[in-house]
Write a protein that binds this ligand. Sequence first.
Ligand code: ASP
Length: 302
Amino acid sequence: MYSIAIHGGAGAVPRDTLSAQRERQYRAGLAAALDLGYAALEKGGSSLDAVTTAVRTLEDDPLFNAGRGAALSREGAAELDAAIMEGREQRAGAVAAVRHVRNPIELARRVMEKSRHVLLVGAGAEEFALEEGLALVPNAYFRTEERQAQLESERTGRVISELVPSSQGTVGAVALDAAGDLAAATSTGGMTSKRQGRVGDSPIIGAGTYAKNGVCAVSATGQGEYFIRAVAAHHICAAMEFRGLPLRQAVCELLHQRIRELGGSGGVIAIDRGGRMVTEFSTEGMFRGIRDSSGLRQIDIY
Ligand code: ASP
């Protein structure tokens, strides 16, 4: 049994503002990432490879708020966060506030595999990317016209209808491979108009990203400040491990009780040791997809 779930962010996705053509583009982007991640599992690859592949694909797609197409800071720059974790030995790697690494998820994985550390930020993270020979790009590579317009509309209060609100468009993946290993990965540009140096939940292990074999793997999206305060991804795993909650109940408790009590909203994708997947959100919609070796394959927005 092997399975993979992905998300492309949760948020206010008003149906009437998402044109049919635009919806097709989102679905195609999700399908590409889902199928590439699944192909890695099908070839006998690890869950780590599957989540890395799926997230890298979404980072390269300018529709999603990660890598190219990331939400822009107050100063108009892209500052990217990403994390990856594997469930067997619970190794983890993360990067925050990087401005020139084309695929932050690749760098997070190098941090996990090639450094003694878990989290590298800013200039130090980019120095490490250079040493590792990863692709570096000018910050302008990440900035799309749409994200610039979005920033402008936040500044002026003018709403631009065709756009999906960018503060929630993070990408992530969770997978179980044939060997029974779980993995999770998340990558984001954060929130539109954030302060320089702001770091969200995505690269914080236990908040936006977490994996533990025998229990579950989780990737979250939503208002990062709330997910950090709720230690969201770890909350789900701990509720299963120590209180015996099934995956769906653990996810619902986190989203519909914990996060809600704090005043936040968002979405979660999670997978348990049996490959069962849950995609749940407390927002209007969440871009998401699931696929497994029993033949299930589904892509949804609402
Ligand atoms: N959680 C991300 C952050 O706060 C944003 C999102 O998921 O939309 O950085």
